[in-house]
Design a protein around this ligand. Structure first.
Ligand code: HEM
Length: 186
């Protein structure tokens, strides 16, 4: 996992919970790196999971909630990698639909050793978007947060729901104010 994902994690913890907690977190987690990460380095993703698990112990905030909050925090940082990359997209549905086929493809060109998940669109209409998340890393709730961060970027209000399935996760997004589609009466 790229160092940018680690450096921003510590930045979020420091910003929201204070630097003492960052110290506690590094001291209390067994890390091969000793907590020193560079943005472009590559590290074992299990170190991030260990850090999130420890932050849960220190704060009592559920692990999935921590991952969602982190995804929201991370989205605006990721787009700074190359703001032109997201320029063609005008909404969260547009962007999420293009993560697999365009955005992460470009990310892979920039960082050939990036470990990226797979998103497949299974349903897409104006009210609802459903994608499957497949990865050998358990970061579906991070994806949930990134999607919320993406919606914030476009000033949209959306609801995200995750259904864990055997080999993947189904992530459903819908607009908060959209009327649920109704079956025709006739
Ligand atoms: C809402 C849109 C997006 C979603 C849902 C998403 C999802 C994810 C997830 C879940 C991961 C963690 C790896 C895994 O689960 O296997 C990831 C990694 C990453 N994504 Fe995205 N992403 C989005 C947009 C972007 C954008 C706009 C950029 C940059 C322009 C980006 C760059 C990256 C990078 C650099 C990584 C780290 C790869 C690594 O650690 O090796 N993503 N993305």
């Amino acid at each position: 996992m790229k160092g940018i994902v680690f450096t921003n994690f510590f930045e979020m913890v420091e910003e929201k919970l204070g630097f003492e907690l960052v110290d506690q977190l590094i001291e209390g987690t067994e890390l091969a790196t000793g907590g020193a990460y560079t943005t472009i380095g590559t590290y074992d993703h299990t170190e991030l999971l260990a850090l999130v698990g420890n932050l849960h112990k220190l704060t009592d905030i559920p692990v999935n909630d921590l991952l969602v909050s982190y995804g929201q925090y991370l989205f605006p940082k990721l787009i700074l990698i190359d703001p032109d990359m997201i320029a063609p997209f005008g909404s969260s549905f547009d962007l999420v639909t293009a993560v697999d086929s365009i955005i992460h493809v470009e990310v892979k060109k920039l960082y050939p050793d990036a470990e990226l998940p797979e998103f497949r669109v299974v349903k897409h209409n104006k009210d609802e978007l459903q994608v499957t998340y497949t990865s050998c890393r358990p970061f579906a709730y991070l994806a949930n947060g990134l999607i919320l961060g993406c919606a914030e970027h476009y000033n949209e209000k959306i609801v995200v729901d995750i259904e864990n399935r055997e080999a993947d996760c189904l992530i459903s997004m819908s607009h908060l104010n959209s009327t649920p589609s109704q079956a025709s009466a006739d």
